[in-house]
Design a protein around this ligand. Sequence first.
Ligand code: TAP
Length: 477
Amino acid sequence: MRRQLFIDGGFVDAASGETRATLNPHDNSVIAEVAMAGTEDVARAVAAARRAFPAWSRRPAAERGRILLKLADLIEAGAESLAQLESLDTGHPIRDSRMLDVPRTAGCYRYFGGMADKFQGETIPVEAGFLNYTLREPVGVVGQVVPWNFPLMFTSWKMAPALAAGNTVVMKPAEITPLTSLKIGELMAEAGVPPGVVNILPGLGSVAGQALAEHPGVAKIAFTGSTATGRRIVQASAGNLKKVQLELGGKGANIVFEDAGLAAAVNGSAWAIFHNQGQACIAGSRLLLHEKIADAFLEKFIALASSIRLGNPLDDQTEMGPLTSAEHRDRVLGYVDVARSEGGELLAGGKAPGGALARGCYVEPTIVRAASPADRIAQEEVFGPFVTVLTFRDDEEALKIANGTDYGLGSGLWTSNLQRAHRFARELRAGMVWINSYKRVNPGSPFGGVGLSGYGREMGFDAMREYTQVKSVWVNV
Ligand code: TAP
């Protein structure tokens, strides 16, 4: 287990010597003391990344790609220990870490490894006598700040396209979940990533994250996390007019129409909200039910939610683990009080389990019927196993409720009416729409939102566009 900062190809202590305990959310025991980067460490890492940039950016794209492909192989070779580390640090059930987080992480590095030498400029038919073509150039040193809900996967979503495009990186994982990111630093070195190309700095957001966003040597900052922090990042990056990419919160509308296949909709809706304990920006956290099927749906949905096996994330049988920190558990439980004060009806859960799980950060799968779509529980991101139920009479009302928040990340619908499905795909205010499914992601498919959910896209060709700038070249022929 790596506990130090990864700077310029080696593991080092923080300049201040500061460390912080990272906890196992299953029982709040200490897993390790991890170095905490300060402003001086950020400056050192940015300097290393700046030194490494010229050689890395000029290296043939296929070579950069090969290194990422090698990294993907190394991740797969060490899959089980990475999965265990992720589950230990975050509380993800081990079956999810094994089947989703680790394979998706390897898949992301592999996708962008393959992309490196296929992303190209264009020739443009301009006036006679001139040849005009475009170059796609890396932006320089990229600062990346990720949250604690999917640390392994999110670092790959950010680092893979940045590196494929020829940038160098200073990555700040969340202070409470640094362990798999540091392991990736070690594997990067083993895969042949040269010193300084990637630097990984666990540290406080308000210190290391802020310093990265303010640093004049950083050309771009890419951030995933809360809308409040996103705003701070935009302000902090104004000094040198950094390119900014933001993937922020969401309040996904998951709409079930009267003609939906009920069993599939119930299963898909449970996945939409309860996977990763609901700690997902794209969680289907608002469940919009047509009034004709609401009772039948809820009967099955409540039964399914109540049957979810909570337990130690390292146990193969566990379907839902703890939330990632005690502070966050308390915040989520606070929304149960908010629901009560707003006249919401608690249909399931609403508390921390007792017994053996009482020492951990667990919350039971919670279903609440809101009195109004304007209520806080229907507007604010809870980011836990907490779903807000609303009912609607017709398509117009469904659309109005679905589009009635300031967020616009992911939304989904369940229907057998093809025309309605495509109409909603067009009219939903969201960066992603799922039809008769929910929460699908793939490294080839653009991921991001509109409104308070941020701007810019991860994944696919769009990610390569985000991590490059275009140069137009005119040749007098
Ligand atoms: P944030 O504060 O947004 O944390 C996300 C990342 O930003 C962490 O690495 C954090 O560092 C860092 N950060 C904090 N302040 C910063 C600053 N001034 N400058 C640069 N970086 C900074 O989220 P949180 O407090 O962990 O969670 C609060 C709520 O945000 C959640 O309940 C949820 O609603 C939302 N959230 C959304 C997402 C997604 S995927 N959209 C992910 C996480 C949280 P440290 O944590 O190390 O201090």
